[in-house]
Ligand binder design. Structure first.
Ligand code: PLP
Length: 382
């Protein structure tokens, strides 16, 4: 059997990884400034992560959600504490799309409404409703149509005020738009959404799948705006590579047996991964490091010729160039052995390194990037 060929791939086969580095099967070393789509939060193969996972695997790896799994409670307790949401409840699932799917479903169960407000350039995943709330027609099948979803421009206060009313079920917004190319909602815009949701009975869903887990220097990107959403969705950095996701659910919602469910969500290994990640983020002050290294990298990038704009906070950065970035990204991997991410905005490169990246590693990136960039700016200006 062959693989169903849906991914454009680099012809590289990593066989080993440690911290911010990967090695391919020929022993070539790569700097990971992408974390495999923002997933690697505490660095590859962190010793505490390995220990926690191994210990759990030795004991019990899986049973369904029909028994008590105290690791889920430990994860919820630690997550409540570090995120500043001790009074919210946690529902565990397996992917970002599933988290958003459940968030919108929960909103609709709660207020009985159907209309969803989402934002232009958004990405919320590929399951039915999550993809319908994603502003990319090319990944929506006809079967994903028929939902009542309104897309409005990010940060357009007037358009938002016109769109929201007492028929609105939920407003779903990314803490920082990732796939779009790092587009940041203003604090004032998030505060307006909070206020209008409160006034109309709509549910505010904050998708922190990519922007959460300390990546921006705060645990959640929306903390910069001091708003409290009704539901927060999480995935990616949560398991440092082990599939785990979840919803933080405000006290507004009443739990009922059977309301939500999953076979794999919250299994022992997923919880061990989730607990290990939170331990390391806390014990190694990774949010401070994200802020510090992110500011350092952004500052250095701003002075480079060919760079149009740097967007984002902490270690969630978008570098917008004056030209299409695809070739430059390929050269970064091919000649400098540095992984970065693409974006829907073709001129933008996404940086999503591990949260414990060091300044020396940041310098390796900056040096390699400047070298490749200078070749391109010469070509562009010639
Ligand atoms: C903001 C956001 N939400 C949801 C998702 C979907 O997550 P998953 O691929 O785990 O389903 C992504 C993935 O890139 C994302 O960036």
């Amino acid at each position: 059997m062959n693989l169903f060929d849906v991914y454009p791939i680099f012809n590289i086969e990593p066989v080993k990884a440690k911290g911010s580095w990967l090695w391919d099967k020929d022993g070539v070393k790569y700097l990971d400034f992408y974390g495999g789509h923002a997933v690697i939060s505490i660095g590859h193969s962190h010793p505490h992560y390995i220990k926690k996972m191994e210990e759990q695997l030795e004991k019990i790896a899986f049973y369904s959600n029909s028994v008590k799994i105290s690791q889920q409670e430990e994860l919820a307790q630690k997550l409540g504490e570090i995120s500043g949401y001790p009074d919210y409840r946690l529902f565990l699932c397996n992917s970002g799309a599933e988290a958003n799917e459940n968030a919108l479903k929960l909103a609709s169960f709660h207020n009985g409404r159907k209309r969803i407000i989402a934002f232009e350039k958004s990405f919320h995943g590929r399951t039915s409703l999550a993809v319908a709330a994603t502003h990319d027609k090319t990944i929506q099948a006809p079967v994903n149509g028929g939902n009542d979803i309104v897309f409005i421009p990010l940060n357009d206060e007037q358009a938002f005020k016109t769109a929201i009313d007492t028929n609105t079920c939920a407003v779903i917004i990314e803490g920082i738009q990732g796939v779009a190319g790092i587009e940041v909602p203003s604090p004032g815009f998030l505060q307006l959404i909070r206020q209008e949701c409160h006034n109309t009975g709509a549910i505010m869903v904050l998708d922190e799948v990519q922007s959460g887990y300390g990546r921006t220097g705060k645990f959640f990107a929306h903390h910069f705006a001091s708003v409290k959403p009704d539901i927060i969705t999480i995935a990616k950095g949560m398991g440092n590579g082990f599939p785990v996701a979840g919803l933080l659910i405000s006290p507004l919602f009443k739990a009922k047996h059977g309301l939500l469910g999953t076979t794999f969500g919250g299994n022992y290994l997923a919880c061990a991964a989730g607990i290990a990640v939170l331990d390391v983020i806390k014990n190694e002050n990774l949010m401070d490091n994200a802020l510090k290294q992110g500011s350092y990298i952004a500052q250095k990038l701003k002075g480079m010729e060919g760079v149009k704009e740097i967007r984002g906070t902490g270690l969630m950065l978008g570098i917008e160039l004056h030209f299409n970035s695809a070739q430059l990204r390929n050269e970064l991997v091919g000649s400098e052995h540095i992984f970065t991410g693409s974006a829907a905005n073709k001129n933008t490169i996404r940086l999503l390194p591990p949260l414990n990246v060091s300044q020396a590693e940041a310098d390796v990136f900056l040096h390699g990037f400047e070298k490749v960039l200078s070749r391109h700016t010469k070509v562009v200006s010639a």
